[in-house]
Write a protein that binds this ligand. Sequence first.
Ligand SMILES: *Cc1c(COP(=O)(O)O)cnc(C)c1O
Length: 402
Amino acid sequence: MLKLDFHPSGRHFLQIPGPSPVPDRILRAMSLPTIDHRGPEFGALGLTLLKKIKEVFKTKNPVIIYPASGTGAWEAALSNTLSPGDRVLMFETGHFATLWHKMARRLQLEPEFIGLPGYEGWRHGVQADMIEARLKEDTAHELKAVCVVHNETSTGVTSDIAAVRRAIDAAGHPALLLVDTISGLASADYRHDEWGVDVTISGSQKGLMLPPGISFNAVSERAIEASRHNRMPKSFWAWDEILEANRNGYWPYTPSTNLLYGLNESLDMLLDEGLDHVLARHQRWAAGVRQAVEAWGLEIQCQDPAVYSPVLTGVVMPEGIDADEVRKLIYERFDLSLGTGLGKAKGKMFRIGHLGDCNDLTLIATLGGCEAGMKLAGVPLAGSGTSAALEYFANHPLNGSR
Ligand SMILES: *Cc1c(COP(=O)(O)O)cnc(C)c1O
């Protein structure tokens, strides 16, 4: 909420799991003058970007960039590969999987939504065996795609995409694999080619540390082939004209020039650091935050330690406490934004983002704000999570640091 009459001192703590805090270096890059998007400098920028972005998705195939939020790239993935009336298998991992399912229905697809019963699915990742069993039943190959969210931002649970690939192969099924890693890219391990993903969807405002406004489709040969024959109406999202213009570093319409400056800077930062290091950094932050939750004596939303998200942690409030009231109090008292509980998790938990322009001490301050706010809100805490996380960070230096 904007309070124009109130300017708190210091930096606001934007610890929601996206938009994430944007590094100053990226903001400065974005402040350069907007240039002619048909001129030679732009073409050179476009070519550089389109090459570097492939490294982050770990693909040799094209990555399409849209001037749109992640939701647009969801629609692009469905509308380029499927036809009205097509059956698709979607897996319920949380709120974002639910929204993507809703979109599929609006696009006149026939999505089947499977998952663990009740609220369980919102505390676990994808169950590849359920996908395999369903695909094996589908001997007529009516299911045209399998859609999975890689990092479910509403819960802090990741899904094993390699296992989904194995499940599709084990069933000998030709369905395309579409994966949303809007919040996983560049902070959780992701491998478009190795995992045989046909379309990977991502966005700018999470692991890529950019403001909101651009989004991505990484594609496979099979996905491009499907886009040549599918019957879903598409124009703005159509890959063919974009791929054609991209060959010379341009777009068929005006791209988000200044966000692309930011993307160029972000890619330099990530690739100079090395993706393995970026991933290790997020895993270590996540481990420190989980130490804090454990010391508080609270539950983590994710019930399966094998798939804890390195990007965010969902903190479950004890019965009878409205997580949203706690979150609001923390915002008002400490100028700290946390993620709200979404959909079925509303009021049950809040989410701490550990992505974007962070370091150990911004996270310690974040945990300090959570701890003080929870005490004020009357949440019974077993001990100091902030101290536990500080100790963890002190005793677990990141490889390569002193
Ligand atoms: C943020 C997010 C979205 C939605 O992206 P927008 O940029 O808000 O349109 C979809 N899926 C996941 C997993 C997300 O984290």
